[in-house]
Design a binder for this molecule. Structure first.
Ligand SMILES: *Cc1c(COP(=O)(O)O)cnc(C)c1O
Length: 423
């Protein structure tokens, strides 16, 4: 009934609880919209990866774009994770949260020179490079700083991850990665540049992947390249298989992290690559089902064609439905005895795309609190201030502790950096 969220439960009194905390109480105490995360759920999710990798050289790099709030990063840093970053801003967040730059891999198809310098100075573990042009620029910047940049090439394995086109990244037509048939030449080029040292290979084929097969296909393609590159005399230390493991939003049945990792390790062994260090870059699967978004019902608008349940959260708080037509579970924080009817749950933003859930069967009244489930990933991190809406607050529950980890933004914050024209 509550898909995929191990620390979320509805108790016999009809109340929805996260790690035992009554969500309706948290919503009243901190106000709505409010993200609430379970620290235990995050720790359990990362432990599943780490257990499966035990005994092997490995590093789990949390893909922090999924949720980059400092206390979330702190939780993963304490669990021994590295981080997969995609901007200089994310690097600053890692350092502010107590993370270790030496465990950071820097991904992204368009890094600026300033970001390269920042990451070189911080001493990141590896740059995941996506083009020969980027190799040239990075080498120049490293030489200018008197450093050597550790590089991995992100190759595009041209496999179909079987996911939404906007979150599929490993196909030939995607902007990401170096084409398979150009990768060997790119490695030769990297090895020839004075500012670079080749350390690995990486790929990332997409997000919300619900099968093991695309990972194995991608790994096979990557290992073909490893063999070709090493035959050319260029050593490759680590293999980074990217992130992308899906979670259960409704009825998806993705493999568990330990199943996925076991299959990858078996394939590495079978092909004689069992000694290599394995890197993974999970994002969604570490935080997605650790969080909920609480919202209050503002207005009910029953109609003959459609009935609307208008809530105080909107597409600026969680973009996934508007952007990918994603289905997110929506549950009342307290069950009502009344009979349910079918509602479109929508936000107050002036866009018809501002919907959170369509055709949901709910018994609700204005003033009730609802919880959007599986909202821990790509929720807060993708939020905006559209319609001059301050971003939500965030709470982390941890056993009997409740921590406010981000204060609600104030409207004055939103235009603090704006200037009127002097006439
Ligand atoms: C987004 C991204 C990830 C994480 O993807 P999830 O689906 O959240 O696991 C990992 N690596 C790279 C390069 C990414 O862009």
């Amino acid at each position: 009934m509550l898909p995929g969220a191990p620390h979320l439960a509805r108790t016999a009194d009809g109340r929805l609880r996260l790690e035992g905390h009554v969500l309706a109480d948290l919503g009243r105490r901190f106000g709505t919209p409010l993200f609430v995360y379970s620290r235990a759920a995050m720790r359990d999710a990362v432990a599943a990866y780490q257990r499966a990798l035990q005994g092997r050289p490995h590093l789990v790099c949390y893909a922090m774009k999924a949720n980059s709030s400092l206390a979330v990063l702190q939780t993963f840093a304490q669990a021994g994770c590295g981080f997969d970053i995609v901007s200089g801003g994310e690097l600053e967040r890692v350092l502010a949260a107590g993370g270790d730059a030496a465990k950071v891999v820097f991904s992204g198809v368009g890094k600026t020179r300033a970001e390269m310098r920042q990451a070189l100075q911080a001493g990141v573990r590896c740059f995941n490079v996506e083009s020969t042009s980027e190799l040239d620029t990075l080498s120049q910047e490293a030489v200018a700083l008197g450093r050597v940049a550790p590089v991995s090439l992100r190759v595009n394995p041209d496999v179909d991850a079987g996911t939404h086109p906007y979150i599929s990244t490993g196909l030939k037509g995607n902007k990401f990665g170096i084409a398979h048939d150009e990768a060997l030449a790119a490695y030769r080029h990297a090895a020839s540049l004075p500012g670079l040292r080749v350390v690995g290979i990486d790929c990332h084929i997409g997000s919300q992947i619900t099968q093991v097969a695309p990972y194995l296909d991608a790994l096979d393609r990557v290992l073909d390249l490893v063999e070709a590159v090493e035959a050319a005399g260029i050593a490759i230390h680590h293999v980074d298989v990217g992130g992308g493991l899906g979670i259960t939003y409704t009825d998806e049945t993705p493999p568990r992290a330990d199943e996925m990792v076991a299959a990858l390790l078996a394939r590495l062994d079978a092909r004689g690559h069992g000694h290599r260090e394995v890197l993974l870059e999970p994002g969604r699967s570490l935080v997605g089902n650790a969080g909920v978004l609480l919202m209050e019902v503002l207005v009910l608008k029953p109609g003959s064609a459609k009935s609307f349940c208008i809530v105080d959260a909107a597409m600026n708080d969680v973009m996934r439905p508007a952007m990918y037509e994603a289905w997110m579970g929506i549950e009342p924080c307290l069950l009502r005895a009344e009979t349910a009817r079918t509602w479109d749950v929508v936000g107050p933003i002036c866009e018809s795309g501002d919907w959170l859930g369509r055709d949901r069967t709910l018994a609700v009244q204005p003033g009730d609190l609802l919880a959007m489930l599986s909202a821990g990933a790509y929720g807060m991190a993708m939020s905006s201030n559209y319609n001059t809406r301050p971003r939500a607050a965030e709470v982390l529950v941890d056993g009997d502790q409740v921590h406010l980890i981000r204060e609600r933004e104030q409207v004055a914050d939103l235009f603090a950096h704006e200037r009127l024209v002097r006439d």
